[in-house]
Write a protein that binds this ligand. Structure first.
Ligand SMILES: Nc1nc2c(c(=O)[nH]1)N[C@H]1C(S)=C(S)[C@@H](COP(=O)(O)OP(=O)(O)OC[C@H]3O[C@@H](n4cnc5c(N)ncnc54)[C@H](O)[C@@H]3O)O[C@H]1N2
Ligand code: MOO
Length: 648
């Protein structure tokens, strides 16, 4: 229980954001920073992977360093081979040496002679071509041995001349180059065993919040695993920095001040969480004690990222990123990455954009430039950009998105069908061989995993049954997973068909009432009896589902127009319903049997729901769709689905 002082502090707004424009915030931030590497070091070539080259490298030697044979055969004077053929071979006497790689030639190739040479062998004086051994025959009838050449050689044939790969004195790599395996290979080829690289900027990463728990520990109710710490540390490493993880610091001013002091030994400090206005948002307060100049921006007209706090102290950047994972990583890329790249000695990032169409209407907040993550789906008319729409608190949205669109701060809505420019998150679009949209289900998940195991690339976007049905009609996916009951007939999914679509039968999922085991209001009761007791008990709280879902139609049928307490709580998934019941925020709801089992809940069966697939007839024979249908028909797969609780 909070005491009165805590309660007062929590209920009062203490921090006010002075929201400024994104460009203005970045300008203020950069004005106090030295955007360059802070030094260099020399490292062995073997340790240079992922480092940034600090000094432009000129080749100290030629590569290859000598004229080199590129096939096994004979070094000759090409003039000796003119007109040679199977019928009229040129006959050359063999010089008494063999030029294996690494052997320095002792004899010249004079007119009328040839020297045996191996791939990589050093070309002897006098020779201007190499003949492949396949086009020759050895004549062993007398001494010296002779060789028949059955094909004419052109001057220069099968010779790699010195310096053709890398010429001595040539610039092979410039400072600022990120060193991958390819670059290291080149540096080794010119004989470098050590290389001068920029010192990696050390970046302290601190996660804050009493609710934050390091991964690996048990999770109690209300707690959240620290994902930001890992994402940010890895993102720092990806940009050439060296993360220094300082772990999770609780909402305690002394602890935060201590952690911040320790962190300031690094070149940059990143905190996440506690930058907004809420009770316990103490990170901002700790950072606001910094001087010279201290906080330069707190609050940016950006979504996600409104509460971001940018500070500099004695030339050192200190950033408090929002706690919400999607916000944290977006803001990292927006404000931290450009600074970190420069401190690591990297050039500015190249970004790629593609044109796409927005298939659905999107509402946006006025006054903030909104970055909306999208998933790109190929259609016959180009790319469709689907909003990922999981919100700032999601951890997965950033992973599964292909890119994002920016919505201007004066725009309140972008109509469906609008042309948009999508900034890609990766360098390339990953093409998928099977695109799925629709409702999420553990059975489907199993099927898609099987496909992926067969090396088929799958892309799935969970937009609900209605969303899937609409998308498949527009040609935006190959398969839509749906489970919608026609309220008029009680039949599943058939009413969604159009002449262009085929219904591929999936499986059935038992839906029913979920409750905590041993709850006497439900345990051991029939459906009618359970519903009657629930209605009679004013303290019995239900949890509903979102309208448009198949389960909602079923719930409304069960309730016959009644709206008991809890009816207004309408989450979008079976899991959310089960979690609420398991944690005691509600006493009953409707979910599928497999989910009830996962959460250890009691279950009263109500009705079998059909989970089927809508497929455009024109795509039934696409390889990905065909593999999917084969899986559905496979006896072992059906057995496995049955074991999971799905009836085929
Ligand atoms: N009344 C208002 N409330 C909020 C506003 C506002 O303007 N007025 N802004 C919202 C916006 S926008 C954002 S973004 C968030 C950011 O808040 P904080 O930066 O103070 O973050 P917390 O409250 O500490 O945490 C938010 C959320 O993220 C979870 N979290 C925190 N750290 C981690 C971590 N290391 N790993 C995973 N998840 C983490 C935390 O548990 C919370 O759920 O504020 C809005 N509120
Ligand atoms: O700015 Mo917050 O990052 O919108 O979610």
């Amino acid at each position: 229980m909070s005491n009165n002082d805590d309660l007062r502090r929590a209920a009062r707004q203490e921090q006010f954001l002075d929201v400024i424009d994104r460009t203005e915030a970045a300008a203020r931030f950069h004005a106090h920073l030295r955007l360059e590497p802070s030094g260099c070091e020399t490292v062995p070539l073997g340790d240079a992977l992922g480092r940034v080259l600090a000094r432009t490298v000129k080749a100290p030697v030629d590569a290859p360093g000598f004229d080199r044979a590129s096939v096994d055969g004979f070094a000759v004077q090409s003039g000796d081979t003119y007109g040679a053929s199977d019928e009229t071979p040129a006959v050359l006497s063999l010089n008494p040496e063999v030029l294996a790689p690494g052997v320095e030639p002792g004899l010249a190739v004079a007119a009328g002679s040839a020297t045996a040479i191996a791939t990589g062998g050093m070309l002897p004086r006098g020779a201007d071509a190499v003949v492949m051994i396949e086009h020759t025959d050895l004549l062993e009838d007398r001494q010296p041995l002779r060789v028949e050449i059955r094909k004419p050689a052109l001057p220069g044939q099968f010779i790699a001349f010195a310096g053709t790969d890398i010429a001595k004195g040539e610039t092979v790599m410039r400072a600022g180059q990120w060193l991958t395996s390819r670059e290291l290979g080149v540096l080794a080829a010119i004989g470098l065993d050590r290389v001068e690289v920029y010192r990696r900027p050390r970046v302290a990463v601190i996660s804050t919040g009493n609710e934050i728990v390091p991964p690996g520990e048990p999770l109690r109710p209300g707690k959240v695993y620290d994902s930001n710490g890992t994402i940010l540390a890895a993102a720092v490493r990806e940009l050439g920095g060296e993360p220094v993880g300082l772990g999770v610091v609780p909402d305690d001013e002394t602890a935060l001040a201590g952690a911040l002091e320790q962190a300031l030994a690094c070149d940059m400090v990143l905190l996440s969480g506690g930058t907004s206005k809420g009770a316990g948002d103490l990170s901002y307060r700790a950072v606001s004690a910094l001087q010279n100049p201290g906080v330069v921006a707190h609050g940016v007209a950006l979504k996600p990222g409104k509460p971001i706090c940018l500070a500099v102290t004695d030339g050192k950047p200190v950033v408090v990123l929002p706690g919400f994972p999607t916000s944290a990583i977006f803001n990292f890329h927006e404000f931290v990455a450009p600074v970190l790249r420069r401190m690591a000695g990297l050039s500015s990032a190249r970004t790629r954009t593609v044109d796409a169409t927005l298939p659905v209407r999107v509402a946006s907040e006025r006054g903030r430039t909104e970055y909306l993550l999208v998933s790109l789906m190929p259609t016959d008319e180009g790319l469709a950009a689907y909003p990922m729409g999981k919100g700032s608190g999601a951890v997965t949205a950033f992973n599964f998105a292909d890119g994002f669109i920016a919505i201007d701060q004066r725009t309140e809505q972008v109509p469906a069908g609008s042309a948009v420019s999508v900034q890609l998150l990766g360098q390339a679009l990953e093409p998928a061989e099977l695109v799925f949209m629709g409702s999420q289900c553990a059975g489907l998940d199993y099927l898609l995993t099987l496909l992926q195991q067969q090396a088929l690339s799958v892309k799935a976007l969970y937009v609900g049954s209605m969303g899937g049905a609409a998308a498949v009609k527009r040609g935006e996916c190959d398969i839509a997973g749906v489970h919608l009951m026609d309220p008029a007939t009680g039949e599943y999914n058939r009413h969604l068909l159009t002449p262009e679509l085929e219904l591929v039968p999936g499986y059935r999922r038992m839906q029913g009432i979920v409750f905590r085991k041993n709850d006497a209001r439900f345990e051991g009761k029939t459906l009618e009896a359970a519903l009657a007791t629930a209605r009679a008990d004013a303290g019995c709280l239900m949890i509903n589902r979102n309208s448009g879902s198949g389960t909602r139609i079923l719930i409304d049928r069960l309730l016959g127009g009644e709206k008991p307490p809890g009816y207004a709580v309408q989450p979008k998934s079976h899991n959310a319903v089960a979690a609420a019941v398991a944690q005691g925020r509600a006493d009953w709801g409707v979910a599928i049997e497999t989910v009830a089992a996962q959460y250890g809940l009691g279950f009263i069966p109500v009705q079998d729901g059909h989970y089927d697939f809508l497929v455009p007839k024109s795509r039934l024979e696409r390889p990905g769709v065909r593999r999917f249908r084969e899986l559905l028909a496979d006896e072992r797969v059906r057995q496995a689905l049955g074991d999971m609780g799905f009836h085929t």
